[in-house]
Design a binder for this molecule. Structure first.
Ligand code: B1M
Length: 216
């Protein structure tokens, strides 16, 4: 039954049906299913399939948009369940955003939710943010970690710009930099001088924990 629910959630995203996705998400919670498993094994599989269909030319931009809308609608139901009963001491303050020129928000937001669920205070500055906005947010919130998401091979270069801008602003030794997003790799992260790379939201939490403990 659990597997069937994951498949239905994935299908609602593939079909771009936000109302179905919301109903299924509510049903899954009512059935006591783990919200993170619903996201990882259901919704994420669905949006990955949408990406494949887009890449192969079977889907076009409208299908990409409605697929994302269906995923976001279901996440609005599932993400609060991830946060339930998570009042605790702040592990570290994090500024999180998607880099300039990049509108992909779902993965970044999921990383933020998981960080909050694990005790981090997250200032999510949104999508399409230049390095200067990350830097302003770091100064305002006194964050010790900055996370930059990029989903396009073109925009991942903005992560390098962020590292450079932090150096220019005299903040590089005060903040740890974590990067992620589908085209980003461990070796790219090293190459641009970031402190760490995470491939998904769960490993992003592990990484942030390590960075929070590491000396500045
Ligand atoms: Co876009 N898109 N898209 N898209 N889109 C991709 C990325 C693409 C791979 C699709 C494809 O061709 N197969 C392709 C990029 C190709 C490339 O660069 N090599 C692509 C393209 C081409 C485009 C446009 C250029 C299309 C066009 O206009 N012709 C355009 C660009 C717009 C722009 O940004 N300037 C575009 C637009 C869009 C939409 C706006 C329609 C929509 C996003 C809606 C939204 O976010 N509100 C969209 C979507 C939905 C996708 C796919 C299908 C799904 C992305 C997603 O949400 N995944 C995507 C295909 C794919 O990735 N398979 C695709 C689910 C999410 C949970 O995973 O974001 O990977 P992800 O996040 C993961 C990890 O990567 C990691 O943890 C997350 C959770 O596990 N992670 C981090 C992410 N950030 C992290 C940060 C960290 C650590 C880990 O530390 C800070």
């Amino acid at each position: 039954m659990t597997k069937e629910m994951f498949q239905k959630l994935a299908q609602a995203v593939i079909d771009g049906e936000p109302e179905d996705a919301v109903e299924l998400a509510k049903k899954a919670l009512d059935q006591g299913l783990d919200p993170l498993a619903c996201i990882s094994n259901g919704l994420t599989k669905g949006i990955q399939r949408v990406g494949e269909l887009f890449a192969s030319g079977e889907y076009f931009l409208p299908e990409l948009i409605i697929g994302a809308d269906a995923m976001k609608a279901a996440l609005d139901i599932l993400e609060p369940a991830l946060l339930a009963g998570q009042e605790r001491e702040v592990v570290a303050k994090v500024v999180l955003g998607t880099v300039e020129g990049d509108l992909h928000e779902i993965g970044k937001t999921l990383v933020g939710t998981m960080l909050i669920a694990n005790g981090f205070k997250v200032n999510d500055i949104g999508v399409d943010k230049p390095a200067s906005e990350f830097i302003n947010a770091i100064k305002e919130s006194d964050a010790t970690i900055v996370g930059a998401s990029a989903l396009l091979t073109t925009t991942m270069l903005q992560q390098e710009k962020l590292v450079e801008a932090l150096k220019e602003a005299g903040l590089r030794d005060k903040v740890k930099v974590m990067v992620g997003g589908a085209p980003v790799t461990e070796s790219f992260a090293k190459q641009i001088g970031a402190d760490g790379y995470a491939e998904d939201a769960i490993s992003a939490v592990d990484l942030a924990m390590r960075l929070a403990d590491a000396p500045a």
